[in-house]
Design a protein around this ligand. Structure first.
Ligand SMILES: C[C@H](O)[C@H](O)[C@@H](O)C(=O)CO
Ligand SMILES: [Mn+2]
Length: 424
């Protein structure tokens, strides 16, 4: 049976009535959903390569695997691919850029980047009414070759990365000023050690001092926000990561920055969903890198799975949509890269919608009364409730394809555009 607009509308009306009977206002849920942007990561489109003229290999303990044809090789191609992906995803979006996505007609040192190098991105974002976020790129560079940047014992190398992060803050601030929405700038560094270090203290103290210097110049939070991202380990940094989660949690609490929680950066039995309420009790704002680790920090495409749902549910249940910036962080080069963006971003939004349709008042009442059977029953019944009809109608009403129809668009683009691109 084909999906018709009439059938989508009819199913939606029935679902709306059923949710209303359970005390859920679907219109209010959709209005809230439309207030939550998802920041899409530009680096899914080109395997984290960027556009520095002296582009080298991807380093820093992260890896992209796969060689599906059609990787974006120019800024224009990346923007065209993003345009297509964004046209297939309902709801507000932002774009998250790394410093290596600059555009310049001569090689520019990372410590010399300026807002002008990102002018095309700002124009692109302005024309689409979306915000930009930013990241200094402290990897894939000769001066990060030994997996040490802001914690490097060599003061000259440390200086280079400090200056890169300072320059990145100025770029980030310029995004916020130009687009009228604060740019969240996330600092992630690969610093660590393959084998057991004799001194775990000194690198962390150097990192603390480097960050303090980077953040010394205050910037209005209306334009720019600082975030720091911890990690358990990376390839080649198995024994010790300078910027661990504990380090950055303490740093964010002490210095008032955002804390970035990446779903792939913890021990396999730890979940980011449980950390949100813990961190937000003492830290004002969190940045999420929604990702999917498989056995390690493998950065697989985000699924509509239990943890993605749990993250969305925690944000909604805690009423913290204004304190959690949702970003995505994965890179899969083994499949069509645009499809990877669309699947992951639609899944995140789907999870948010499902969370917003949860019978929250009834759940809280059951919990308060100690009626945990009712709580469990409500949770489980919601899973098979008619929220998918609301999702379909949401897609229809926001002008994006319903169901899997978006894939036809991606396939047609692959046949016409991606297949014509030169092999990487
Ligand atoms: C490219 C990203 O900045 C990077 O993936 C970082 O956020 C990370 O998660 C490293 O493992
Ligand atoms: Mn990340």
């Amino acid at each position: 049976m084909t999906i018709t607009e009439t059938s989508v509308r009819a199913a939606y009306q029935a679902a709306r009535d059923r949710f209303a009977a359970g005390g859920i206002d679907v219109d209010a849920a959709l209005a809230r959903l439309d207030g939550v942007p998802i920041s899409m990561h530009c680096w899914q489109g080109d395997d984290v390569r960027g556009f520095e003229t002296a582009a080298g290999e991807l380093t820093g303990g992260i890896q992209v695997t796969g060689n599906h044809p059609g990787r974006a090789a120019t800024p224009g191609q990346l923007r065209a691919d993003l345009d297509l992906a964004m046209s297939l995803i309902p709801g507000p979006k932002r774009l998250n850029l790394h410093a290596i996505y600059l555009e310049a007609d001569r090689p520019v040192g990372r410590d010399e980047i300026e807002p002008v190098h990102f002018r095309n991105w700002v124009d692109w974002a302005r024309a689409r009414g979306i915000g930009l976020d930013f990241n200094p790129t402290c990897f894939s560079h000769p001066l990060s070759a030994d997996n040490r940047t802001l914690s490097h014992p060599d003061a000259g190398i440390r200086r280079f990365w400090i200056d890169h992060c300072k320059a990145s803050r100025r770029v980030s601030e310029s995004f916020g000023r130009a687009l009228g929405t604060p740019s969240v700038m996330n600092i992630w560094i690969p610093d660590g050690s393959k084998d057991l270090p004799a001194d775990r203290f000194s690198p962390r103290l150097r990192l603390r001092d480097a960050l303090d210097e980077i953040l010394a110049t205050p910037i209005d939070k209306a334009f720019h926000k600082d975030a720091v991202e911890g990690k358990l380990f990376g390839i080649g940094a198995e024994a010790y990561t300078v910027g661990s989660n504990e380090f950055y949690l303490a740093y964010a609490a002490a210095r008032g920055t955002m804390l970035c929680l990446d779903a792939g950066h913890f021990h396999p039995t730890e979940v980011v969903s449980d950390k949100l309420s813990a961190v937000l009790a003492l830290v004002d704002e969190v940045l999420l890198h929604v990702s999917r680790p498989m056995r390690w920090d493998s950065d697989h495409v985000v699924l509509f799975d239990d943890e993605t749902q749990a993250i969305a549910s925690e944000i909604v249940r805690g009423d913290v949509t204004d304190r959690v910036a949702i970003g995505l962080d994965y890179f899969d080069a083994s499949i069509n890269r645009i499809a990877a963006w669309v699947i992951g971003t639609r899944n995140m939004r789907k999870a948010l919608l499902k969370a917003l349709l949860e019978p929250r008042a009834a759940l809280r009442a059951a919990e308060a009364a100690g009626d945990f059977a009712t709580r469990l029953a409500l949770f489980e019944e919601h899973k098979s409730g008619p929220w998918t009809a609301v999702w379909d109608h949401y897609c229809l009403s926001r002008g994006v394809p319903v169901g899997g129809r978006w894939l036809d668009v991606v396939k047609a683009y692959e046949a016409k555009i991606l297949s014509e691109r030169e092999a990487a």
